[in-house]
Design a protein around this ligand. Sequence first.
Ligand code: SF4
Ligand code: SF4
Length: 488
Amino acid sequence: MPVTDGSVRAGSDERAPAENTNDFQVVSLYERWRKIQYLWVKGRFQSLRRFALGVLVAVFYIGPWLRWEGRQAIWLNLPERKFMFWETTFWPQDFVLLALLLVIAAFTLFVFTVAAGRLWCGFACPQTVWTLCYVWIERKIEGGRYQRIKLDQAPWTAAKFAKKGLKYLCWAVLALSVSVTFVGYFTPIEVLLREIAELTVGPWEAFAIFGLAGASFLFSGVLREQVCLHMCPYARFQSVMFDRDTLIVSYDARRGEPRGGRSRRVDPDAQGLGSCVDCGLCVRACPTGIDIRDGLQYECITCAACIDVCNGVMDKMGYAPDLIRFSSENQDEGVPKANRRLRLWSYAAVLLTVSGILVFDLATRVPLGLDIIRDRGRLYRESWDGSVENTYTLLIRNMEQHPHTYEISAEGEIPLQYSGVKRVEIEGGSQVSIPISLMSAPGAGGAPNSSVEFTVEKVGEPVRSVTKESRFLRPLESISESGSSGDA
Ligand code: SF4
Ligand code: SF4
């Protein structure tokens, strides 16, 4: 019976026939999830895609095994807050470099998107890359698309249990290899593997390994395209970056329509047909299950599987290739490419500027850090003879990989007596904290709040030094009129 109260039943798939104007059609607000089993396509773009996948996966797995001077070359040492990349060590104080790097990554993506659309999604996004790995395993165990669909629809038998069980087991091994490798960037991979073998992994590492493995299994193995369609924010906002010359995957409707099946021997012109033989392979090859012939859709991740599969069909039919191809809106409409692509050049200008700042920052970066912490418990200490003492803690970081000796000095607006360590040796990639105190003479003049500069200088070549300013505080009553400034 048709629904007559005018309501829409959410979550229902019922459809009432709209036979006359008084009938209602019940439209579901929620689409039931249907598993997409897509074809494993061969072709020019798929070879390129799989090559990119191989390179990215290899870089990911090899990364933690690279060595540099007896330690892991890439080591994000969170407990000690040191981030080591070969010769260089970054500290939380280098946060500005990380911020610049993130801005560069974002604008590289923007430039790439305006110029080449969603190529990132199809060819380099980790979700797509890992999904392809999981699908490859599934295909090896369960067979091609039609065998997989048949297996999914078949009743649960011992053979189905065995195939599904083996697939999930292999997926679990892949997921664990991903998570262990990832954690290996934070805990040296050799130590981590030894801890795993001896079952002595710490709670946080165990949590990270199982949590990440679960996420990889779920997102790339089970949910796959659902992540791209419903969870990825980038898919939602990237269309605002597109212009009419952005590279997109599109179907040449002028050439393809009217579509229709025919034999190879039939002349399509004589039959009034376009080049599309309506074989549906482009839809079956699509990992997001869309029909590119319906036009540009946000679900398209630009994987180019439909291009390759359609070119195969065109080849068999003896037609020209590229019925589905990389093009742009202007190209589709026969409009010449615009010279002034304001959005593209604006993003590129920001990218170049920020990259320049980062390069300059890195080139002029002194691998020596100094932070000065004043004694917060007491601003100053006054002696019976009128002298005033301020205490400080100097945090000195050797950001190089080798031990070095450093000299410490202080120079104030008023004469100050230095008390504490003047020469210190610091291991490579380490930080030491040195307590020192400065004392003003009884009755010394000058302001009650005067400047003092601390300098830490490396002994030997190349010359490196860093200077930072702090304050020297005294009570007003300790200051005489006859003060003068000078070295500490
Ligand atoms: S693969 Fe090509 S020929 Fe086949 S339906 Fe798609 S567009 Fe038409
Ligand atoms: S429409 Fe083509 S390019 Fe887009 S996701 Fe589907 S197969 Fe890939």
